[in-house]
Structure formats: C-alpha cells, structure tokens
Design a protein around this ligand. Sequence first.
Ligand SMILES: Nc1nc2c(ncn2[C@@H]2O[C@H](COP(=O)(O)OP(=O)(O)OP(=O)(O)O)[C@@H](O)[C@H]2O)c(=O)[nH]1
Ligand SMILES: [Mg+2]
Length: 230
Amino acid sequence: MVQYKDENIFFKIVYYGMAASGKTTILETLYNLTKEGKRELIPVVELQKIDKTSGATLYFDRGIFQSTIKRKVYYRVYTVAGQKGFSSLRTKVFNKLDADTDSVIFVVDSQVKYFEDNIEFLLELKNITKGRLIKKIPFIVMLNKVDLKDIIDPEDFIQILKKEKLWYEPQHELNLWNPLIYRTCALPSQEKDIYRSFYEIARRTGLYHIYGDGQAPVDKKISDDSILTL
Ligand SMILES: Nc1nc2c(ncn2[C@@H]2O[C@H](COP(=O)(O)OP(=O)(O)OP(=O)(O)O)[C@@H](O)[C@H]2O)c(=O)[nH]1
Ligand SMILES: [Mg+2]
C-alpha cells in the first residue's frame, strides 16, 4: 500500500518467482544500471540482501530507489526467497514488510524444463493476491534467462495467463493492463530489458495510484501516458 512520509511517497514493488529464476541478479543489475544517476531512477541506499552462502535468498533483498524526475517519489523494491519451503516467508514479504505490495513483477525461469514450476509459483502469487492482480495490483512478466537454450515461448506463457484469468480479451476494459511480457537477461555482460521492465511497472504503479485511486484506470488515454509517476 502506498505510504506517505514527510511529503514523500513510497511505492512497494516485489519481484516474485521460483528459486533461481534470477530475482536477486535482476535487482543487482537494476542497481548497477541506475547508480550512475543517468536514468529516471537512482538508488538511495545500498542493496540489503539476506541470503545463504549459496547465494539463494533466505528471506528477501531490498533496494530503495528515488525518481530523479519527481524527487518525492520512492520505490521500495523487494525480491522474495524462491525456494519452495519458504512460502510463508514470501507471504510475509508480500504483505507485511513496510506495507502491502503495490505491484508485482513475476520472474519466470524461461528454461522449458521449469515450465511447471513457474506455473506453481504463478498459482501461489494468485493465491496471495486474492483476485487483485491486474484489477488493483499492476503486474508484468519477465521471461528471464533468454540467453539460454530451450526456452519458453511468450505465446505459451500467455496461454497460461489466459487459463488463469490473468489476461483480458481486446473487448474487455482491463485489456489495457494485460501484463507486458519481457524477454530478459539479468547477466551484466548480456543485460537485456532489466531497466525497461522496471520502468514499465513503476509507470503502471503510478498510473493506478493517480488515475485509478488504487484500481486499474480504464481510460485508454491514461494507459498511454508516459509519465513515470506523479
Ligand atoms: N544464464 C542466465 N543466468 C542467470 C540470469 N539471471 C540470473 N542468472 C543466474 O541464475 C542463478 C540464480 O540467480 P538468483 O538471482 O540468485 O536467483 P533468485 O531468483 O534470486 O533465487 P532465490 O533467491 O533462490 O529465489 C545465478 O547463478 C545467476 O547468475 C540470466 O538472465 N541468464
Ligand atoms: Mg534471490
């Protein structure tokens, strides 16, 4: 839930997805891409990471970023721990830390062999968000690790979204807010669309807040608005 503190506004955005899909790496890459101060976003603290020696997240990672255009706007960005046994920790990160979550980036490990595991996590996310995805919680998808072989086709993932009622047909007013599907790589050497995807979720988060009062606004002109937020 959006929070206000001393004239500043804080949004909470969560990277959600299965173990080793790349959430922590994505947040690190986002941090490195923005720290020079040449983008619309700049980190205001070091990344906080609570992990195992293996690198797997044990609880969460957190970064805080400020809009360089609208200086009063901040984003608290979390990753969850993707290992299957950590489901209750994921719920806690999603609902409790700082505040309830404003928007979600669902991170898919694109390797075909993990197709079912990714779906399991999508169902878990649906369960936690209780019918609020898209309608109240903007949501986009990253098909990560597209540098690898044998990867999921975006069209196959859209079929899953349709089956799970997370995709609206063109005649539906919420069609504007269907999750964009980004094909990403988080490795620094081959980085692809890490900033762009975050920018889009930040933009949608702001639009839901300003024009929808916390719900998906249904005016086509608004969804085309390119402002970052506020
Ligand atoms: N080839 C490839 N490897 C990646 C990519 N993104 C992350 N990885 C690798 O995948 C492994 C897991 O990455 P993490 O960022 O720790 O994954 P995570 O989703 O945070 O995992 P949990 O914290 O256990 O949920 C690491 O070895 C990363 O280097 C990518 O885009 N391409
Ligand atoms: Mg992690």
